[in-house]
Ligand binder design. Structure first.
Ligand SMILES: Cc1cc2nc3c(=O)[nH]c(=O)nc-3n(C[C@H](O)[C@H](O)[C@H](O)COP(=O)(O)OP(=O)(O)OC[C@H]3O[C@@H](n4cnc5c(N)ncnc54)[C@H](O)[C@@H]3O)c2cc1C
Length: 435
């Protein structure tokens, strides 16, 4: 099934090239001309009084929705309204892991679709997003966990998605630094998704922004939405720090701020807000060329192209909009890191940061209409929304354009919580923070 329409001719003719085609020859030419020919990658637009679609949030999902609306659905009367500069929210704060190793068939199909879009993204956007399919390796430490992972891998393979069992020896050859017999949770083996990997996060925001802007989308930075106007149950537009913007459709793509923004329209979402931290070490020579996740705790690590080890853990367990996080979580993650990779014990951590997570009550996202007509929600990404940016944007754009859910996102409707059919991704019953 290919539920994605190819670019309609009307969209293709709307392309307005502003920054020019990026290529080796352009690099060479600019190098010889003193770099004087580069132009801004996107236009810093000022707000107009009215748009057909206003997207709130210049993160990955907002920008990709705008891009696909313009490029695949021919809708260019669109504004992306961002309260700061684009790309400084979670899209620029995550640990950059992409994969589609889920358990529920509907989720596997959705995230696999995203992975396929990642695979063609750089060519489509003509932008180097450093897509690196180095493989994601999930470790298991008990026989029960082996069963669970086998079940998940079998589901994936039945749907045509890559998943391979890896022996202890195989794990060691993939990750020579690992201590398989560590005293806490010896490693019994792992599961590899060879097509998983990493993508340079901020390049994703910039690439989508450039693609959207060149097709006529207004990207309006430093414009905070302070209210959502709705008359008689229908959305009318957004109040912003730069005035009122009328709109037929308003799409919220504000990640950790989903409940706050939905609250402006009188909606209460099944979402809680938490902080998730990440860390990066000093640069090392190449020591790790897969994305490694620990099965006995919450720890995941990959090595960036600059050489730093980028790693993270679980959310801090209290509600907050602060982007800092606490030391106990840092300690827990560091303990997991040196349990698994003792050679890291003396490596210095250079930076720590946090991002605000919109944790849904079943750990799966929401791409849905809302009870306010014309108000669409893209949110509830928990801490797995980066990998979903291409599919999230495409399916949200589809919902905006067609008024009905994309075939791969019907299970992500908001109504599932009230109707008692949450998504049981972990296979152990739904519960808050099930991500
Ligand atoms: C430390 C960390 C590690 C992570 N690791 C991974 C990972 O490895 N893989 C993965 O798949 N996911 C990961 N995630 C999750 C992922 O980053 C998020 O789920 C995803 O980026 C959220 O979507 P977004 O990019 O649209 O959000 P954002 O980039 O946060 O975009 C939302 C935007 O809305 C704007 N906004 C908010 N309120 C307003 C307002 N009132 N008016 C105007 N604009 C507003 C914000 O400023 C922000 O720019 C991680 C997250 C963190 C923090």
């Amino acid at each position: 099934m290919d539920p994605v329409p190819s670019s309609p001719a009307s969209a293709a003719t709307a392309v307005r090239t502003k920054s020019g085609h990026y290529s080796f020859w352009r690099l060479l030419r600019e190098g010889l001309r003193g770099q004087r020919g580069w132009r801004p990658a996107w236009v810093k637009a000022s707000p107009k009084p009215r748009y057909r679609v206003v997207i709130v949030g210049g993160g990955g999902h907002g920008l990709s929705t705008a891009y696909y609306l313009a490029s695949h659905f021919g809708i260019t009367d669109v504004a992306v309204v961002e309260r700061g500069p684009i790309g400084l929210g979670n899209v620029g704060r995550n640990t950059t892991i992409v994969r589609s190793n889920y358990f529920q068939p509907a989720n596997i199909r959705f995230y696999e679709y995203s992975l396929k879009l990642w695979e063609g993204l750089e060519r489509e956007l003509n932008f180097n997003a450093m897509v690196s399919q180095r493989g994601t390796l999930n470790l298991f430490h008990t026989e029960a966990q082996r069963d669970l992972f086998t079940r998940r891998a079998n589901q994936m393979r039945l749907l045509g998605v890559d998943a391979e069992a890896v022996t202890r020896e195989g794990v060691k050859s993939l990750v020579p630094l690992i201590d398989l017999d560590n005293g806490r949770y010896p490693v019994l083996g792992g599961f590899l998704q060879p097509r998983g990997g990493t993508v340079r996060h901020d390049a994703v925001a910039w690439g989508y922004a450039r693609g959207a802007s060149e097709r006529g989308v207004d990207i309006i930075e430093h414009c905070e939405v302070t209210g959502i106007r709705h008359d008689g149950g229908r959305v009318a537009g957004v109040e912003t720090s730069r005035g009122f913007l009328g709109a037929d459709i308003v799409c919220l793509a504000v990640a950790g701020h989903s409940s706050r923004l939905a609250g402006m329209a009188g909606l209460r979402l099944p979402i809680e807000t938490h902080v998730l931290q990440a860390w990066v070490t000093e640069s090392l020579k190449p020591v790790l060329d897969v994305v490694l996740t620990y099965g006995a705790g919450h720890f995941y690590v990959s090595q960036s192209d600059k050489g730093g080890l980028v790693f993270g853990g679980a959310i801090d367990g209290y509600n907050t909009y602060g982007q800092r996080g606490t030391l106990p979580m840092a300690e827990e993650v560091a303990a997991a890191a040196v349990t698994l990779l003792p050679g890291l014990a003396r490596v210095k951590v250079l930076r720590q940061w946090g991002g605000i997570m919109d944790m849904s009550m079943d750990g799966s996202p929401i791409i849905s209409k809302t009870p306010v007509e014309g108000l669409i929600l893209n949110g509830g990404w928990c801490y797995g929304g980066f990998k979903a940016i291409p599919a999230g944007g495409m399916t949200t754009a589809y919902l905006v354009a067609h008024g009905s859910p994309h075939p791969l996102a019907t299970h992500l409707d908001l109504g599932r919580f009230a109707a008692g059919r949450p998504i049981d991704e972990r296979g152990i019953g739904p519960f808050p923070y099930a991500h």
